[in-house]
Design a protein around this ligand. Sequence first.
Ligand code: C2O
Ligand code: CU
Length: 462
Amino acid sequence: MVMLNRRTLLKAGAVAGAYGAGLAIAGGFRTAAAAPMTLTSAETTAALKEGQPTKGIMTWNDGPQPPLLRLKQGEPFAARLVNKLNEPTTIHWHGLRIDNKMDGVPFLTQPYVYTNDTFDYAFTPPDAGTFWYHPHCNTLVQMGRGMTGMLIVENPKDPAFDQEVVLNVRDWRLGGDNQFIAAFKPRDSAKAGTYGTYRTANWQDDPVYDVPAGGIVRIRLAITDVTRIYSFGMDGADAMVIALDGNPVAEPFPLDRYQAGPGQRIELVLRVPDTEGAIAALTNYRTSPSYPLARFRAKGTSLKRDLRDVKALPANPVSWPVVKGAEVVPLELTATAEGAPVKESFCGSLGYNFWAINKVPWSGDTSDPTAPLAELKLGKTYILRLANRTPHAHPIHLHGMSFQVLSSTQGEVRPIFTDTYLIQPDEVADLGLVADNPGDWVIHCHIIEHQKTGMTAFLRVV
Ligand code: C2O
Ligand code: CU
C-alpha cells in the first residue's frame, strides 16, 4: 500500500492545480506544448563573396544563413538555444508580443547563456506577420557577423498568392581578403553609424528569383543590417505595400521610395511583368547611385493577375490606444557631451557614450542599476512623445508591445501599428501605446552602435 505523506500530498495537489489552471487558460488554443526545435549558435566559415571564404561568420544551426522559422499565429512554439559560441549570447524575438521572460534581454529578463549552456524559449505568437530574431548580447559583433534570422508567423486566413519570397537584407564589414574588419569606427558611431562594405539579400549579392509571369508574389522583407537605412522602390514592375513591421496596413499603397531602417519589415505584393524573362528589381534609392538588392525574373505564360484585386490582410489583435486624456511620456533623443570612453562590458557597452534618452546614456544588456524611463500602469494608454534632437534619423524599437503612430511634426502619418519608428532629424512624433504586457521592456535605437553607445532605455509595465 502506498503511504501518502505531506510532501507527496503537496506535490499531487500542486500538479492537479497546475493542470486545472492550464485547462482554464488554454481556451481556444491547442493545449499541447510544441516540441522544441534546437537553435545552436556557432561560428562557421563560408564563401559569402567571390574569392576567399569568410571565417568567423556567426549563425545558428548549419547554414551560413540562420534558419527561416515559420510559426503559426496562436500556436505554441518552443526552441532550445544551445550556445556553441566562445562567448555568451541570448535570443530576442524582434516584434513578437510575448511574455517578458522570453524576451532575451540579459539581466533585464534572463541571464546570459554561457558557452555550452542552454536556454529554453517557449511562447505563443499573438500576431501574424514578418518578424526576425537576433541576440541581445555583444550584438554589434554577433549580428554584424550573421546572427539575424527571419521569423514568419502565418495566418491561415491570409489571401493566397502565386508565390512567396523571403528577403533578409543586410551588409557585411569585410576587408579585401573577405575577412571581417573592425565592427565600428567610434567617429562614425557618433554620426549615422558605420556602414558595411558588402551589400546582400539572403547572404547573396543581388540574387535573382524566378517568379510566375503576370503573377502576384508576396515579398516578406526585413532589414537586419546594424546601420543602413534604405529607400525602397521596385524598378520594372508595380508593387504594393501590404504590411509594415508585422502589422497589415489598412489600405495597401504603392511602393515608391519607402524609407525604412534597421529592424523594420515591409511586406509587398509584386505584380510580375507579363513577358517571360522580364526583370523587376527591388532597388535601394537612398544611395547615389542606387543599387538593386534582388531581382525577380518572369517565368512561363502570364497568369494575368490584377494588383487591384489584392485585399488588405486581416488585422492583428492589437489594443487600440484610447488617446483622450492619456498621459504623455516624453522621450528625447540627444547626443551626449561625454564622448569619452566608458567602461567596456561584454554584452553591453562598446566603450563609448555618444547618445542619450532623456539625458541619460545607457547601453543596456548590463547589470548596472538604471531606473526605468517610466512606470506604466497595466492596461492604460500612454502617448510616447518621441523627439529627435539630433541631426540623424533613428529607428526606435520597443520590445514586447506594439504602438500606433498618431501624429508627427513632419506632416500626415499612416496610423499603423508597429514596434519600430524611424524618426527623422528634428521630428517629434506621438506614438500611442496600450501598456498591456507586464514587465521591463527595452526601447532603443536599432542602429546598433547608437543603442550600444547610449541610446537605450526601458519602460516598466506593472
Ligand atoms: Cu531587434 Cu532590442 O531589438
Ligand atoms: Cu540611432
